[in-house]
Design a protein around this ligand. Sequence first.
Ligand code: NAD
Length: 479
Amino acid sequence: MHRFSMIIDGDERPGVDWFASDNPYLGAPWAEIARASVADVDDAVQAAHRALTSGPWSELTASGRGALMRRLGDTIAANARHLAELEVRDNGKLYREMFGQVSYLPEWYYYYGGLSDKVEGSVLPMDKKGYFTYTRKEPVGVVAIITPWNSPLMLLSWKLAPALAAGCTVVIKPSEFASASTLELVRLFHEAGLPPGVINVVTGFGQDIGPALIEHPLVRRVSFTGSDATGRQIGGQAARNLKHVGLELGGKSPNIVFADADLTAAVNGVVSGIFAATGQTCIAGSRLLVQREIHDEVVSRVVEVARTARIGDPMNDETDIGPITTPAQHAKVLDYIEIGRREGATLVLGGGQPTIGACGTGWFVEPTIFTGVSTGMRIAQEEIFGPVLAVLPFADEEEAIALANDVRFGLGAGVWTKDIGRSFRMADRVRSGTVWVNTYRAVSFLAPFGGFDDSGIGRENGIGAIEEYLENKTVWINT
Ligand code: NAD
C-alpha cells in the first residue's frame, strides 16, 4: 500500500505510526499516512520559524517571492491530473470536478504571486512637527493552516497563496481523511525549488495534534476551514492564545426561486447546487425556497433531473453522484433523512442507500428531496453535508427574505428572478457572504469569499485576503 510521509523542513518524515486513508468508492483503505506526534508539530513550527527569520526564503525580495510562486502555480498545472486523482481516491468526489478545481488553482499562485510586490506602506501626513512617520507591512509570522476533506487543495490554496505572497511560512494540518494530495503537492513544490521550512505538513487527527499547533507560541495566525463545531473550538483556542484567526465554516444556503425566473436555469442551478459533490460542499444549496405558485412545477422538475442522475464510480466521467467521504458522514446523512421523516416532512425522492462500488461497499446515499418542510425543522436548520434538499414554499419577497435569513449560518444564497430591481433588493437583504443571482456556486481568486454569522470570520480570495497575513507597523523618526 502506498505510504505518504509528512514533510518537515523539506524532509519526508514517517511519524510515530501510520493510519489508513480510505477510498470511499471501495469502502476500503488505499494508502497509509504518517501520524505526527506533538514533538513533530513542534519541529514543524520551529522549521517554519527558522525559514521565516533566516535563510533563502527570508532573503528573497517580494518580487523574488512572486517569481517563485509562479513556478509553484506551473507545478500544479503540470501535475493537475495526478493531484486530482489523489483527491478522488481520498474523498470520493467526481474526478471531473476535482480535476476542474485543481486545474484552476494555479491562478491563485499567479494572482497572489503578482500581488507580493504590490504590498505598500505609506508616509503619514503628521499633526506634529519634527517627525517622519510611516507605515510598513510585514508578514504576520508562522501560519497554521487547517483544512477539511472536501476540497483539500482548493481550500488549502485559498490560504497558502496569500500567506506566501505576504512572506509568511506555514505549517499545514490537512484532514485525516484526505491528506495525500496535500503531501504530494508540497513534495512537488520542493522539487520545483521551494526552500525547506517554508511549507511544512503535519498529518494526523485534529484532536491529537491540533491544540499543540494552534497554541504553539511561534504560530501567529490560524487559518481554518471546516465545521462550525470545530471552528468554535479552534477560534476559542486561538483567542485564548491571542492569535489572529480566520474561520471558514459551514452553511445552510438557500436557493430562492421566484415565479418570474427562467425555470430551466433555476432547476439546473438548484440540482447542481445541492447534488454536486454529493452535497459535500460548504456552499451546498441545501434549502430550496420556492414561490408558492410554481412550487409543484419546480419540485417535479427538480425531482425529474435528480432522478436521472447517475450514481457510481467517481473516476468515471459519466457519473453524476459519487459516494459520501467517510462512514461517519454517511451514517450522519442517513440519520438526517430519518430525522426529516420523523419531523413530518414528505420524502419525494431518494432516502435510500444504493449498493454501488467495486465490492458493493461504497458509502452512497441517493439524491434525496423533502417537501412540506417548515423552517423550524432540523433538516431546515442544520448543515447535513450530504445530498439532501429541503423545500420550503414562500408567498412573496418579504417571506423569502425572512426564511432565507432564518438560520444561524450565512455563507451563500442563490436568487433566481428576471426582475432586476428584485435581484438588487434581495442582494441587499439576504444575510450571506455571497449572493449569486441567476447562477450558483461560482468562485474566483478575484472575489472575496466567506461567511456571515455562524459561517465564519474573515474573507478569503480577492485583494483583501493578503491583508490577513500581514502585520502593520508604524515607524516614528524624530528628525
Ligand atoms: P472538521 O471541522 O471535522 O475538520 C476540519 C479540520 O479540522 C480537519 O483537518 C480536522 O483534523 C481538524 N480538526 C478537528 N478537530 C480539531 C481540533 N480540535 N484542533 C485542530 N484541528 C482540528 O470538518 P470536515 O468534516 O473535515 O469538513 C466539513 C466541514 O467543513 C463542513 O462543515 C463544511 O461546511 C465546512 N467547509 C467550509 C468551507 C468554507 O469555505 N466555508 C469549505 C469547505 C468545507
